[in-house]
Design a protein around this ligand. Sequence first.
Ligand code: DQA
Length: 145
Amino acid sequence: MKKVLVLNGPNLGMLGSREPEVYGSYTLADLKASLDKEFPEIDIDLRQTDSESEMISWVHEAFKSKLPVILNAGAFTHYSYALADAVAMHTKSGNKLIEVHLSNPYARESFRHKSTFSAVATGVIAGFGFGSYRLALAEILKEEK
Ligand code: DQA
């Protein structure tokens, strides 16, 4: 069974109650349940951390195991060069990493317009709520066929 790491960064553990007008009223557990239902053929390992160090260690784990990653790095996206270096190590070795966002950062404050790792991600999907993750998983599945 194909395994995919779905990694979520800071404050995404608060989905459901965090700015519902921006991020919706569903939780990460709801996301996991809906992805499991839609992609029964994929072993979806969904995680969340508020720690940059832990997030980087998960990208290292994906690199060592050659696992595809769907990454919503939250605000780390906008300033973490350490995470960008880890992503580059992963993708430049031929592994997939799709950057996702629930909201469209380009329609929001200017500090969200920059991502430290979009240039080294395999692709970027933003603005579709949980649909951003679904589109990313569909793409990873397609690549296997
Ligand atoms: C986000 C967008 C980021 O700017 C923000 O810091 C988040 C969530 C999104 O999914 O829309 O935490 O990554």
